[in-house]
Design a protein around this ligand. Structure first.
Ligand SMILES: Nc1ncnc2c1ncn2[C@@H]1O[C@H](COP(=O)(O)OP(=O)(O)OP(=O)(O)O)[C@@H](O)[C@H]1O
Ligand SMILES: [Mg+2]
Length: 327
């Protein structure tokens, strides 16, 4: 049983739109519907770093808001720690960094965290210890006594992260935790996420910064226009994403390689070795078999994968084939 489970989650936003005409007064009330999430079924295991990935408008925030009990699904259901959404005891054991955190910007950094600590019913001594540790963890100790209104976007993101961790949650939901951060800030957030997993926590985060997800996620779900496009470990997703094969052969003749040339994407000779790119796995096997039978030696065999970024673009564009290697 997963620590986060959703089954057929669907969210349709309905907005009332008033059309008016002034010539001969006519007022019309219509509904505009957006299917933000369609039939989303997920199962996140305890201790995982799970990435919910997708471009703008894919439905990531909608999914997180439903899990946080901020929005209600139109249909479908979800459970956190085995309990239906909205369970009070569960709420105390989760942390949440919203996409656009609204901060009381007259509060100083530590006052802001202290405010949340009080909401969680923590005593003064525990709060102080926790705040010191968290400010250190997110690199804001130096700014503890400055009002939030003077914080940069990156500092806001960090203090938000500290807030999400104030109650020592078992599951942490982070909506675009890396947004607004420079590369160093993004690395720091990645390190924090990994350290949370090391502490045994489950991290569920959304992102469109795929390279960040690629480095740390145990599993990812790719959302597009509210629909789940794929779900799995990065390994399994990427294993379907071998672009081509790089082969280095030694001890075969020019004539032998010339016969193979039409079936290869690329063929070059350097220092007596042949450097080859083949598109198909079957071609690769056959070449290696024949080359070794002809007295050649396989020096190197390397599947060249597309990055998660390329994979993602292919998924959302729905193109049937991985992109070929440059010939
Ligand atoms: N409160 C709302 N009322 C009406 N439509 C909404 C509302 N919130 C979101 N939507 C629409 O639902 C769709 C999904 O939005 P959502 O914010 O969940 O996407 P997202 O993946 O988080 O995007 P982003 O990467 O921009 O944060 C979008 O088409 C959006 O315009
Ligand atoms: Mg969003």
């Amino acid at each position: 049983m997963g620590i986060i489970e959703t089954e057929g989650l669907t969210k349709i936003y309905v907005r009332d739109v008033i059309d008016t005409e002034f010539g001969r007064l006519r007022i019309r009330l219509t509904n505009r519907k957006t299917v933000a999430l369609q039939d989303l079924s997920l199962d996140v295991q305890q201790g995982e770093i799970f990435g919910l990935l997708g471009p703008n408008g894919a439905g990531k925030t909608t999914a997180i808001k439903i899990l946080m009990g901020i929005h209600f699904p139109t249909s479908g259901s979800a459970r956190l720690m085995g309990k239906p959404l909205g369970d009070r005891e569960v709420k105390k054991r989760i942390g949440f960094l919203p996409e656009n955190p609204y901060f009381y910007d007259y509060l100083k950094g530590w006052e802001f965290l202290d405010f949340y600590g009080q909401l969680y019913g923590m005593d003064k001594k525990t709060r102080r210890r926790k705040i010191e540790r968290l400010l250190d963890q997110v690199g804001l100790t130096h700014a503890a006594d400055r009002p939030l209104r003077g914080y940069s976007k990156g500092m806001n993101q960090r203090i938000g992260l500290a807030q999400a961790l104030m109650n020592d949650p078992e599951i942490v939901f982070l909506d675009e935790p890396q947004s607004g951060l420079d590369p160093l800030g993004r690395k720091e957030v990645r390190d924090i996420i990994v350290s949370l997993r090391d502490e045994g926590k489950t991290v569920f985060f959304s992102s469109h910064i795929l390279s960040d997800a690629e480095m740390i996620c145990d599993r990812v779900a790719i959302l597009y226009r509210g629909k789940l496009q794929s779900l799995g470990t990065l390994g399994s997703l990427l294993s379907q994403s071998v672009r081509d094969w790089e082969i280095v052969l030694r001890g075969v003749s020019d004539e032998f390689m010339d016969r193979w040339r039409p079936r290869l994407v690329r063929l070059e000779k350097s220092d007596g070795d042949f450097w080859v790119i083949a598109k198909e796995e079957a071609t690769t096997h056959e070449l290696i078999r024949e080359a070794t039978a002809a007295g050649g030696v396989l020096i190197q065999l390397l599947p060249r994968r597309e990055s998660l970024e390329d994979y993602f673009i292919r998924q959302v564009q729905g193109s049937p084939e991985p992109r070929g290697a440059a010939a």
